[in-house]
Design a binder for this molecule. Structure first.
Ligand SMILES: [Zn+2]
Ligand SMILES: [Zn+2]
Length: 218
């Protein structure tokens, strides 16, 4: 009797352990059905098709493109479309056209070579500088940039320096993003070149707070 009483909790915990393994296994295989977002959906056409995707890269409108997306693992198995076009898996996905930058907007893309020489040289004295690390496939980056572009167009006290991070490895990540967990990452400097703060997985609200703080620190 005593043994049976003891055996029960052991079996129960063994059962729970097996259940946990089974769940872990199923979520692992579920994630294998999903791919990774690539740049292939960035597209060049300004018009969005009936699927809310740039018309020239939509695989439902252009089935012949499917192989290209599958080749780079940009494929959502459950929904049968590219991961980078799946609004159901990525509810924040938007292909809203980026606002054009005005001629006077101070926005520059910084090469990796220049960035690795140190950020001091890219910071603009006399302006609040936002250094943004972002990728074209990153949904959150795109959403941040939509607002940031509008803002830099109307704010002559602001400068943006964008550094492209297309892979989560390499020298840029090792040098600047070893503490960060997700893109976009922003570093914000005041007009005297002092870093006032940074944020990862940055939203427009996060960045606005940092820009305000940089403005106040004069
Ligand atoms: Zn379409
Ligand atoms: Zn999906």
């Amino acid at each position: 009797m005593a043994m049976k009483e003891k055996a029960y909790p052991i079996l129960l915990s063994l059962g729970l352990a097996l259940f946990a393994v089974a769940c872990g296994g199923s979520s692992a295989s579920r994630s294998a059905d999903h791919g990774t977002l690539s740049n292939l959906s960035s597209g060049t056409s300004a018009y969005l098709c009936e699927h809310d995707v740039p018309g020239d890269v939509c695989t439902r409108c252009n089935p012949e493109l499917e192989a290209d997306f599958r080749a780079v693992n940009d494929w959502c198995g459950p929904h049968g479309i590219p991961e980078s076009q799946c609004h159901r898996c990525h509810p924040n996905l938007t292909f809203e056209p980026m606002p054009e930058l005005e001629a006077e907007a101070d926005w520059q893309d910084v090469s990796h070579e220049d960035a690795l020489r140190g950020l001091d040289a890219v910071i603009v004295e006399g302006r609040v500088t936002v250094v943004e690390f972002a990728a074209a496939w990153c949904v959150a980056c795109r959403n941040l940039e939509l607002r940031l572009r509008e803002h830099v167009n109307s704010d002559p006290t602001l400068a943006v320096r964008r550094i492209a991070v297309e892979h989560w490895n390499g020298e840029i990540v090792d040098t600047y993003l070893s503490q960060a967990t997700a893109l976009p990452v922003v570093f914000v400097y005041d007009a005297d070149g002092r870093r006032v703060g940074d944020a990862d997985s940055a939203t427009w609200q996060d960045l606005q707070r940092l820009i305000e703080r940089a403005g106040d620190s004069r």
